[in-house]
Structure formats: structure tokens, C-alpha cells
Ligand binder design. Structure first.
Ligand SMILES: Cc1cc2nc3c(=O)[nH]c(=O)nc-3n(C[C@H](O)[C@H](O)[C@H](O)COP(=O)(O)OP(=O)(O)OC[C@H]3O[C@@H](n4cnc5c(N)ncnc54)[C@H](O)[C@@H]3O)c2cc1C
Length: 281
């Protein structure tokens, strides 16, 4: 029995970090599958980098389209939130990415990019070469999900796969992880974990036009087919906006998961640039 003074071992922790901007360069760029690029960033400014959760994200800053030089915005610390760019200066591209792997000893940070088409970040990643300048901001905060659940469910499209791969590498032995990822066959990969894994790959789909089309998506369909284990579980889902909202509806309505045991985030939205939303209702 726990009393009100006993911390709940399954409570999610929110950790805030000082916002630090780091000017870095590309050390390596490797195409790890036909539609995925791993870009390794390095630089003295990486010293002290911290990322405590697989759910973290960085603000990646890239040269404005058509420019080779990175002009960094003024972060305006202490002032109104959000970066400011001087009038007339080319605006850098800023997009959210998962810190896939940080190797403090080597001074290297890996990011894995889904090459989805012609967005500026995906286009940049496809041509990334050693020596190119980038900057990162954050992570500003971390959402730390305890590992002590009886089971962990992960559902994502290609954009959430880097976070899932990281989490699986971090889960200790004795954990049970159920994974559903919608991705092209050629981009499916071996996932490494000390946890017991149950992995299902499903076909990717174009962004559904609306909620009812999303209910028929491959990820929502696979989520409906799940037989979840008994015990306390936590579900994490990330990917296209309509699809992840549909997945979340299935988790709540069909599987009866408590909303506090679901972290569902929209990582991109058809027609929107740099979209990010945590789906809470
Ligand atoms: C917290 C967080 C973490 C993320 N982590 C990663 C990560 O580790 N790796 C990763 O690859 N992505 C990740 N993403 C998703 C990535 O930020 C978006 O895909 C982003 O839109 C890419 O920027 P862009 O400049 O290429 O395209 P944008 O300029 O943002 O968008 C251009 C067009 O492309 C469409 N689009 C964007 N992404 C996709 C996609 N994946 N498939 C199809 N169409 C798309 C948009 O709807 C828009 O019409 C993450 C997003 C968030 C919010």
C-alpha cells in the first residue's frame, strides 16, 4: 500500500532544462536505409549536452533554403518567447528532431532523418556532408516515462522510429515492449533491446484527409488488433496528426487505457511546416 508521502514509481517526471543553443558541424552523414539518413553532429559546443528522455526533441537550425551560411536568430533570453531574426536577415529553417544518440566521450550527437520528400529539413539531410554548419537548441524539457511498467507500447510512423529505437536501446532487461511502426519495407531495421520485443511493421500511408480516413489507417487498424498484456502499461505514439489522433482514440475507447498512461504527439501534419502538437484530448 502507498500513502500520500510515498512517491508513485510509475509517475511520469517532467524535467526542465536551461535552454542552450549550440553551433555545431556535421561530422558524418550516412544513408542507413533508402529513406533514412543518420547525421552525426559534433563541435566544442556539444559539451554538457543532456537528453534524459527518448521523447526529447531539439530545435534543429539549418541555413535558409538557397543559403549555405547559417544565420542564427537572437534567442532573446528573458524576453518574449521564441527566436527573433533581424529584419532582412535570412531566416534559418527550424525543425524538431529527436536526439537519437549522444556519445559524450566521442563528442557526437546523432539525428536520424526520414527523407519524406521536399521539406527543407529532409532536403538538407539528403545532401548533408561533413563540415556543414548547423545549430541546435534544447532539449528545453523532458518527459520521463518510468521503465517500471509491466509493458510499454510504441506506435509510430517513420518520424517516431528514431525515438522508439532509442527507447528500446535504453529499456533494461525484464521490460516488455510492443512496437508497431508504419514504414516502407526497405526502411525496416533490426531493433536492439534488452527488453522482450514484439514488433509489427505495417505499410505506410499518405496522410489521411480526415478523422474517419485516419480510423482506417494501417496504424489505427493494427492498434485495434492488439491484445494488450495484463498489468500496468504505458503507450507512446508519434507521427502524422490525424493518424495518431485515431490511434489515441482506439487506445482510450477500445483498450480502455487511462489518458494519463498515453503520450500521443503529432510530429507532422499535411501541408503544415514544422508542426508539433501533444494530443491531450
Ligand atoms: C518532437 C518531434 C520529434 C521529431 N523527431 C523526428 C526525427 O527524429 N526524425 C524525423 O525524421 N522526423 C522527426 N520529426 C518530424 C519532423 O520534424 C517533421 O517531419 C518536419 O516537418 C520535417 O521538416 P521538413 O522541413 O522536412 O518539412 P516541412 O517544411 O515541415 O514540411 C513540408 C511538407 O512536408 C510534409 N511532411 C513533413 N514531414 C513529413 C513526413 N514525415 N512524411 C510526409 N510528409 C511530411 C508537411 O506536411 C509539409 O506539407 C519530429 C517532430 C517532432 C514534433
Amino acid at each position: 500500500m502507498t500513502d500520500s508521502t510515498t512517491p508513485d514509481p510509475l509517475a511520469v517526471q517532467r524535467v526542465r532544462h536551461e535552454l542552450v543553443r549550440r553551433a555545431l558541424h556535421v561530422r558524418r552523414a550516412e544513408r542507413i536505409s533508402p529513406n533514412f539518413m543518420r547525421v552525426t553532429l559534433a563541435g566544442d559546443a556539444l559539451d554538457g549536452f543532456t537528453s534524459v528522455s527518448f521523447d526529447d526533441h531539439l530545435k534543429l537550425m539549418l541555413p535558409a533554403p538557397g543559403q549555405t551560411e547559417l544565420v542564427l536568430p537572437d534567442f532573446n533570453p528573458g524576453g518574449p518567447r521564441g527566436p527573433r531574426v533581424d529584419d532582412g536577415a535570412p531566416r534559418p529553417v527550424m525543425r524538431d528532431y529527436t536526439p537519437r544518440h549522444y556519445n559524450a566521450a566521442a563528442g557526437e550527437l546523432d539525428i536520424e532523418f526520414a527523407l519524406h520528400g521536399d521539406g527543407p529539413a529532409a532536403t538538407w539531410a539528403a545532401q548533408a556532408q561533413p563540415g556543414q554548419q548547423v545549430a541546435i537548441g534544447g532539449p528545453r524539457g523532458s518527459f520521463v516515462i518510468p521503465t517500471g511498467f509491466d509493458w510499454h507500447l510504441f506506435i509510430a510512423d517513420d518520424t517516431g522510429l528514431p525515438a522508439i529505437a532509442r527507447r528500446l536501446e535504453e529499456l533494461p532487461a525484464g521490460c516488455r515492449a510492443i512496437v508497431i511502426v508504419a514504414i516502407e519495407e526497405a526502411d525496416r531495421r533490426g531493433l536492439t533491446s534488452a527488453a522482450t520485443l514484439d514488433v509489427t511493421w505495417v505499410a505506410p500511408q499518405p496522410a489521411p484527409a480526415d478523422a474517419s480516413a485516419a480510423d482506417q489507417s494501417s496504424l489505427a487498424t493494427a492498434t485495434r488488433s492488439l491484445k494488450l498484456p495484463a498489468g500496468e502499461g504505458y503507450a507512446w505514439a508519434a507521427g502524422e496528426a490525424h493518424t495518431i489522433a485515431a490511434v489515441r482514440r482506439v487506445l482510450v475507447a477500445q483498450h480502455g487505457l487511462d489518458k494519463s498512461r498515453i503520450r500521443a504527439a503529432s510530429y507532422w501534419k499535411q501541408g503544415a511546416e514544422g508542426h508539433h502538437e501533444n494530443l491531450a484530448e
